[in-house]
Design a protein around this ligand. Structure first.
Ligand SMILES: *Cc1c(COP(=O)(O)O)cnc(C)c1O
Length: 423
């Protein structure tokens, strides 16, 4: 049996060693499918016995959504002034919305429960007439990971453009997707262009400002609107060294997640012109997203926007360090495009066809034979197999540079074991 098979076999047959951070280990089913995005077995980690098994460290690189609020965030949540936000009376929500609008250079902003709802509301508000159509990247979150909500719930048709490896579109192709036939009854009517920044599936790619400018020029030429799924637009702003408003001057509306790298437990900001936000608030209520004393959540969001942006640079730095270590790994098991590592998401490939991303992630996620002796402790590194036979790792609030080094040690150990077992 090959090394990777043995590892997988072990994973399937043996409960995973206890974790010092008490994270539930991923199960084999979760690791077995590349489209899987979560969420794990109910099996509890085994705690170290009385003899005291070696400590195990968990480095969770599955997603920047796994962050947990820290002490100051919890404190702010506990002390938040609240009111009924559906009546517009929650002072903390109102404050958060003002902060977001100012930061993004938009007239107004709305606190919504999730990025998915935020994008859906944007589609609903931009496309109000039956037969309206959006133009969206074929690898965008909006098109792939939101259950087709635009069609399912908003009754809006989508046409796709090819998402290029850097998250942009070919502008000629984009222009060719715009329909000019209205009111010919055969065709939908183009209304909205959606862009994603940073681009999730393409590995946290930052959209160049001149691309955004050109998309906007095209939209203006044909009377369309531009919505940015900016779940991680703050990462883009930090990577480009510009305020978010510099990016967002090219879009009519934006959706920004507070619950990714910015560390809030819940929430997304939808921002745009006042008239758009007024309509968005109605949609939010219809979708069941009107929350009452939401100031408890908005208090966390305020800390995300005011205090957490500065530290995103650390995530970008750790991602690059890790990517570089993959390149230098012996044996050379990995393919990484360093120029594509711009923010907190890393995509990489395995060079050995005999080692699949699923097997590789399985062996990283458990404590391997001989590992504690070699590394001084067990290290469980959690990552997901990802699009196009790649592996994805994401840095966030919970991952220090020390954690990153531990993950590198583990990768090197797995790679050397792989070599040993192959020989
Ligand atoms: C996470 C994410 C969303 C959706 O956010 P949820 O809060 O998980 O619904 C939308 N777009 C992108 C690019 C994302 O990464």
């Amino acid at each position: 049996m090959s090394f990777s098979c043995r590892v997988l076999f072990k994973l399937l047959n043996q409960s995973v060693v206890a974790s010092s951070k008490a994270v539930r280990p991923p199960n084999a089913a979760m690791l077995g499918q590349s489209s899987v995005r979560g969420y794990y077995s109910a099996r509890r980690p085994r705690l170290p016995g009385p003899g005291g098994a070696a400590p195990v460290r968990v480095v969770d690189l599955r997603s920047d959504t796994v962050t947990k609020p820290g002490r100051s965030m919890r404190q702010a949540m506990a002390e938040a002034e609240v009111g009924d936000d559906v009546m517009g009376e929650d002072p903390t929500v109102n404050e958060l919305q003002k902060i977001a609008a100012d930061m993004f250079g938009m007239e107004a902003a709305l606190f919504v429960p999730s990025g998915t709802m935020s994008n859906l509301i944007a589609v609903m508000v931009h496309c109000r007439e039956r037969s309206d159509e959006i133009i969206v990247g074929d690898l965008s979150h909006l098109h792939i990971y939101e259950q087709g909500g635009s069609a399912q719930l908003a009754g809006v048709h989508s046409t796709t453009v090819t998402t290029l490896p850097d998250g942009t579109f070919d502008l000629q192709q984009l222009e060719s997707k715009i329909r000019h036939d209205y009111p010919d009854p055969h065709y939908p009517r183009s209304r909205l262009i959606c862009v994603e920044n940073t681009h999730n599936i393409q590995g946290g790619r930052v959209l160049p400002l001149n691309f955004l400018q050109e998309v906007r020029a095209l939209a203006d030429k044909y009377g369309l609107s531009v919505h940015m799924d900016g779940a991680r637009v703050m990462n883009a702003a930090v990577a480009q060294g510009v305020p978010p408003s510099t990016i967002l001057q090219h879009t009519h509306t934006v959706s920004v997640c507070l619950s990714k790298g910015l560390g809030a437990p819940v929430g997304t900001m939808l921002a745009g012109p006042q008239e758009f936000i007024t309509r968005a608030e109605r949609c939010r209520k219809a979708l069941g997203g009107g929350m009452r004393q939401a100031g408890i959540l908005a208090a966390a969001g305020k800390i995300s926007l005011l205090d957490m942006v500065g530290r995103l640079e650390e995530d970008h730095c750790n991602a690059k360090t890790f990517a570089q270590a993959l390149l230098e790994c012996h044996p050379p098991l990995f393919t990484v495009d360093m120029a594509a590592v711009e923010t907190n998401i890393l995509r990489f490939y395995l060079r050995e066809p005999s080692l699949s991303p699923t097997e590789f992630c399985a062996s990283l996620s458990q404590v391997c034979e001989g590992e504690e002796a070699a590394l001084g402790q067990g290290i469980q590194v959690l990552m997901f197999p990802h699009f196009g036979n790649s592996v994805r790792a994401v840095w966030h609030f919970g991952i220090s540079s020390e954690d990153t080094q531990l993950a590198i040690q583990k990768i090197q150990f797995v790679a050397s074991q792989y070599l040993k077992n192959k020989l």
